[in-house]
Design a protein around this ligand. Structure first.
Ligand code: HEM
Length: 240
């Protein structure tokens, strides 16, 4: 069901159902890009420790922090995209419920309703993970001792923080489970994003239907391997 708002085009975009779906697709694509880029940056944890004892991930984190204003602009952009995405999801879900207050007797032949519930719930769990994750690695309130480690040259020792974080089986499993959920959320999200943007045309359907499972698999494998490798002692054995 669509409720269009007459007047200015921005109000119309945010007021109509298809407009909200486009808002979700655009804000979603920003986060897919961030999640993939963030993962590639973090995978540097697998690089060997260099002679000077300053691990690549520490140099990378210091480089990001040295960008100052740019880092804050990116953070604010991500926050705005996330908040808009969640708001649009909740608004759309409310409209779906209002359109069919009684609910379906059977789901067998109807794909969209259960999957939109699943997306809403998995999305809210991911929000919970993200709040925990920022409190853990960005603010250092979960493991303050691990967060406060610095190298003799004064650099924040992200490598040690990372290893001490995932050496704890509770945190390692929490990250692994959450990142499987992130991957599954992206699986559905990427294919509906192409659908919403009108790109899932018959000519490209075959290709597009391979992109969403590929993105999900890459995110799950990459992000699960990191905590797992620390937990089983493949990386970080030198850290005490
Ligand atoms: C195993 C998976 C992950 C690992 C190992 C990881 C690692 C990290 C680390 C070490 C930091 C702190 C960087 C620093 O302060 O120098 C960080 C920050 C962050 N991570 Fe992750 N992350 C993972 C998954 C994710 C996922 C799936 C998301 C999003 C859904 C995410 C979103 C963020 C955000 C928003 C920040 C804050 C960035 C900032 O401070 O500007 N991370 N992550």
């Amino acid at each position: 069901m669509s409720s269009a708002t007459p007047g200015n085009p921005i109000a119309r975009l945010f007021g109509s159902t298809i407009g909200l779906k486009v808002v979700m697709a655009v804000t979603g694509v920003i986060w897919v890009g961030f999640v993939l880029g963030h993962m590639v940056g973090n995978l540097q944890i697998f690089l060997p420790m260099p002679e000077d004892g300053v691990h690549a991930i520490n140099k990378y984190a210091a480089m990001l922090k040295s960008t100052g204003g740019v880092l804050w602009a990116v953070r604010l952009g991500l926050l705005a995209a996330f908040a808009t995405h969640v708001w649009a999801a909740i608004t759309l879900s409310g409209r779906n419920k209002a359109a069919r207050p009684v609910g379906y007797d059977r789901y067998d032949n109807i794909q969209s309703k259960p999957s939109s519930n699943y997306m809403l719930i998995s999305g809210l769990v991911i929000l919970g993970f993200l709040l925990f994750h920022i409190a853990h690695f960005t603010m250092g309130v979960v493991q303050p001792d691990a967060y406060s480690r610095h190298l003799p040259n004064g650099m924040h020792d992200v490598y040690t923080m990372f290893v001490l974080g995932f050496r704890n089986p509770v945190f390692a499993v929490l990250y692994m489970v959450s990142n499987v959920l992130v991957g599954l959320h992206l699986h559905h999200a990427v294919s509906s994003m192409f659908q919403t943007l009108g790109l899932r045309t018959p000519g490209y359907r075959g290709l597009i239907d391979k992109i969403s499972p590929a993105v999900a698999a890459v995110v799950i494998v990459g992000n699960v391997l990191m905590p797992l490798a620390v937990l089983v002692g493949v990386i970080g054995r030198s850290v005490s």
